[in-house]
Design a protein around this ligand. Structure first.
Ligand code: UDP
Length: 307
């Protein structure tokens, strides 16, 4: 909208929250459709760009809503590709570092084919996203559709969902409630966290570029989960302890994007360091009410193997 576009947002709100877009309702150039994209999608008038981000994106969600996760990546993508073809619109598909599974190549380049357990707990997400890339390239090659594929690595920032079980909201919620921080496994697994403003800038540049093959967008600054827990304790100024819980099945041991392509093709690289990004994110979590923080559903996720 800041670039002057008229924006239509669509969500079935299965994991999303209207509170996150409330501030946009007063804008003339914003509309919201409450719709599930796995059902036929129809939008009146002209469309220039479609950005398909619909999907649960937390390991807890794949375990709780596995069929919807498969359907939105497969049927939802098919519907939106059909809409793009009908409207002669360019479509950008949000893929994920999960297409690399538990990677045997490090850092992950776009050429790596991945190491995915098709029938494991994450298989419903990973395979839906792999299918999504395939059908997108098929529409590109067979129908000549203008397509873009971003592979998003772990991203965080204000307005993350407190109760989704992912590591950043989990640690911040625990710190604010005065609970111990739950590190899964021995915490030697690594992740590389990208601040949301950087992610959005990378995606926007990809959308406007001419490049049709997948591009990694993420922050290559890698950290082990144990070190990360220690950083959060320092940042939040709390004196929480760290407790160890079992490592969930198929939890990738290492993850770091190779962003050479994004640098060369899009002239993009992340600008926000972890300290600054985490501070902004913590400010957001601090602004939530005690009632929100205490909701039982927010605290049920310390043992993922249960699901
Ligand atoms: N994790 C953790 N404690 C938590 C939640 C997550 O140690 O309370 C670990 C998890 O096992 C994984 C990493 O943090 O190794 C990142 O998990 P997240 O769910 O955020 O995303 P993933 O990258 O696994 O999809």
């Amino acid at each position: 909208m800041a670039e002057g576009y008229h924006v239509i947002a669509m969500d079935n709100l299965i994991t999303g929250d209207l509170k996150n877009i409330e501030h946009l309702f007063k804008e003339e150039h914003f509309e919201f459709y409450h719709h599930d994209v796995t059902k036929f999608v129809t939008v009146p008038g002209k469309l220039d760009y479609i950005l398909h981000f619909a999907s649960p994106a937390s390991p807890i969600d794949y375990l709780k809503i596995p069929i919807q996760t498969l359907k939105v990546g497969a049927l939802g993508t098919h519907n939106l590709l059909g809409l793009a073809k009908e409207k002669k619109a360019r479509i950008l598909i949000a893929s994920t570092s999960e297409v690399y599974g538990d990677p045997l190549v490090h850092p992950q380049t776009e050429e790596y084919y991945g190491n995915v357990n098709t029938i494991g707990p994450r298989g419903v997400y990973d395979e839906a996203k792999r299918f999504q890339e395939s059908i997108t390239m098929a529409y590109n090659r067979f129908h000549g559709l203008e397509t873009r594929i971003v592979r998003i690595f772990n991203t965080y920032g204000p307005r993350m969902r407190l109760n989704d079980g992912r590591v950043i909201p989990a640690f911040m919620g625990q710190a604010l409630r005065g609970e111990d921080l739950t590190v899964f496994g021995d915490g030697s697994q690594t992740r590389s966290f990208c601040f949301v403003d950087d992610q959005v800038e990378g995606i926007y540049r990809l959308l406007l570029s001419d490049y049709e093959l997948p591009v990694n967008i993420g922050n290559p600054h890698e950290i082990s989960i144990l070190e990360f827990a220690e950083e959060i304790i320092k940042l939040t100024g709390t004196d929480q302890k760290i407790v160890f819980k079992p490592l969930p099945k198929d939890d990738p041991m290492q993850r770091q994007p190779d962003i050479t392509k994004a640098k060369e093709i899009l002239g993009w690289e992340p600008k926000v360091g972890r300290e600054e990004g985490m501070r902004k994110t913590f400010d957001y979590f601090k602004s939530l009410s005690r009632e929100d923080l205490d909701k039982k559903e927010h605290r049920d996720f310390s043992d993922r193997n249960r699901y």
